[in-house]
Each structure stands twice: as structure tokens, then as C-alpha cells.
Ligand binder design. Structure first.
Ligand code: GRF
Length: 196
């Protein structure tokens, strides 16, 4: 299976995914693409010998369709079977999504369906939640919606801040996303729940 990974920033989830696709794993990374030419993840992908591409969404101004047309063209060249959004911070239109329906995954730093959108750690703290976590889901036209393919949970500590939550969650994301991809690449949609 050919996997394209879309990033916007540091790309730590992309690194975890890429490093998991080795040996007899049914998938291989074929492209790392960022909407941000300055994304630190692009250098990490080059270090992993994965083809990279940057399509700067700012050069398209408010013209989302222009950006998405360039994105679609790049993806049609890379021919991925699966697209993993990993810290990708652009909302994709329903028109774009329908081309990849059932073949696009995303990781979101909350226990969906709670806290769709941004600032998930602060919102979990404000709500006084005892637990927090991250979710890998199939991407559909609705933001941070779609069938859940995996979740990892952590206990919220009394002195937690949004930053300490994010820091404790990131290693779990790096365990969850590759575990979900390994199943998804084999057509297995049984949810992965961590800790096991
Ligand atoms: C992570 O918090 C992840 O949950 C969210 O983007 C953040 C950065 O991820 N999707 P990465 O280090 O760029 O993979």
C-alpha cells in the first residue's frame, strides 16, 4: 500500500508512521507533503529518504480551490492508496474529501466526539475531565468526524496544563497512529484502544 502523509509542522507523527512502515509491513511512505514550506517535518522526511513536497497555501490567498487543485494534482502523481493527515492544519473541502473517501485518516488530540476543532487540551482542562486522549479517525466531509479507528487515553493530573497534557499525549499518538495504520492497510477497521 502506498501512503502519503500530510503535515504542517514538526511532523513527529509522520516520523512515527514512516518508521513503522518497514519489514513486512504492508505499507510504504511514498510522499510527505506540507502546506507550510517551513515545516520542520520536511527535513525529517528528507532524512528518512521519503520524497517531499511543499504547497504553500498562502500563495493561493483565500482561494481554497486553487490550493486543493494543486494538492490533488500532487496526490494524483504520488498515487497513494492511503493518505494520513498528521498535524495537518488545513480544513479540506467536502469536494476534495469525496475523492479520497474511505482512504484518508487523521489524528486528533482529543477523545472524539469530544472537543472537535482546536485548543482541545485547554477545553478538556476547563471541563474538568478526568481523562483525555487522542483519536485516529477516517476523514469525512465533516470536521474531525468520521468512523473512529483508534483511541489512546491518559489520566488528567490536578496540576496539568495544556502543554503538559500535550506533552504526555504525543508519545501515545506515536504509538496509536502506526497501530491503526497497520490494521487499516490490511483492510481491518477494528478500533485500536490504548492502553491495551
Ligand atoms: C499533535 O498534537 C497532533 O495531535 C496534532 O498535531 C500536533 C503536532 O503533531 N494533529 P506533529 O508533531 O506535527 O505530528
Amino acid at each position: 500500500k502506498r501512503v502519503a502523509i500530510l503535515i504542517s509542522g514538526g511532523g513527529s507523527n509522520m516520523v512515527a508512521l514512516a518508521q513503522s512502515m518497514c519489514g513486512d509491513h504492508p505499507a510504504r511512505p511514498v510522499l510527505v507533503l506540507s502546506n507550510n514550506p517551513q515545516a520542520g517535518g520536511l527535513a525529517k522526511a528528507r532524512g528518512l529518504h521519503i520524497p517531499t513536497m511543499a504547497i504553500d497555501h498562502e500563495t493561493y490567498g483565500v482561494d481554497r480551490t486553487g490550493f486543493e487543485a494543486a494538492l490533488q494534482k500532487a496526490l494524483e502523481t504520488a498515487r497513494p492508496d492511503i493518505i494520513c493527515l498528521a498535524g495537518f492544519m488545513r480544513i479540506l473541502s467536502p469536494q476534495f474529501m469525496e475523492k479520497w473517501d474511505g482512504r484518508m485518516l487523521n489524528i486528533h488530540p482529543s477523545l472524539l466526539p469530544k472537543y472537535k476543532g482546536l485548543h482541545t487540551h485547554a477545553r478538556a482542562l476547563e471541563a474538568g475531565d478526568a481523562e483525555h486522549g487522542c483519536t485516529v479517525h477516517e476523514v469525512t466531509a465533516a470536521l474531525d468526524d468520521g468512523p473512529i479507528l483508534g483511541q489512546a487515553r491518559i489520566k488528567v493530573q490536578p496540576d496539568d496544563t495544556p502543554q503538559t497534557l500535550a506533552d504526555r499525549l504525543l508519545p501515545l499518538e506515536h504509538a496509536l497512529y502506526p497501530a491503526v495504520l497497520a490494521r487499516f492497510a490490511c483492510g481491518d477497521r477494528t478500533p485500536v484502544i490504548l492502553p491495551a
